[in-house]
Write a protein that binds this ligand. Sequence first.
Ligand code: E4P
Length: 213
Amino acid sequence: MRFFIDTANIEEIREANDLGILDGVTTNPSLVVKEGVKFEDRIKEITEIVSGSVSAEVIGLTYDEMVKEGLELAKIAPNVTVKLPMTTEGLKAAKTFSEKGIKTNVTLIFSANQALLAARAGATYVSPFLGRLDDIGQDGLQLVEEIAEIFAIHNIETQIIAASIRHPQHVTQAALRGAHIATIPFNVIQQLTKHPLTDAGIEKFLADWNKSK
Ligand code: E4P
C-alpha cells in the first residue's frame, strides 16, 4: 500500500516527503481554505515538491464547470489529478477526463456501488471516506474491503484511496483490506512512526552503552 498525505500545508508535505515514504498528496477545498493561500499557487507549489499524484478538487457542481476547472488544474503540472465529487455530473466529467488521458480521483465515496460507477466512468482513483462513515456509526473499513473485492473480481484497474483516515488502526486495516493507497493527515503519519517500546529500547541501549564506559 502506498502513502499519500492529506493536507495542503507545505511544511507538512515537505516533512513527510523527507521521510522518503510519500507517493502523493490529496487536498480538498476545506484543507486549502485553512491555509489562506491562492488555490492554484498552492497546487503548483506542491507539485514542485512531490512528483507523485497531487489531487486538486474542482468546486463547480455542473459538468461544464467541472470540465472547465479541471482542464485548468491539469495545466498546472503533469502530476495533477483532478478530484471530482461523486455525483452524476462528476461521473460524466470523469469520463471526459479519462478520454483526454487526464487522471481523476472521484471523492466522497460512501458505497461500493458509487465506487463501481466511478470506476466504470474511467476514474483513476476512488476515495472511500472511512472516518466519516465511522462517525455515523457505519463501518468505513468494511466498505474498503467490499470495493477491493469487487475490483479484484472484475479486474478493475481503478485504485482505491482509503481517505478520511483518523488514526493508525485505520491505516493498518486499510492495508489489510486491500486499499492501494491511504491518504493520511500529517499527525497520523507522525503517530505511525512511533511505538513506546521503540523509545524505551533506544533509552535502554544507550544507558547500557554509557554504563560500559
Ligand atoms: C480525501 O481526499 C479527503 O481530503 C479527506 O480524507 C477527508 O477527510 P476528513 O473526513 O477528515 O475531512
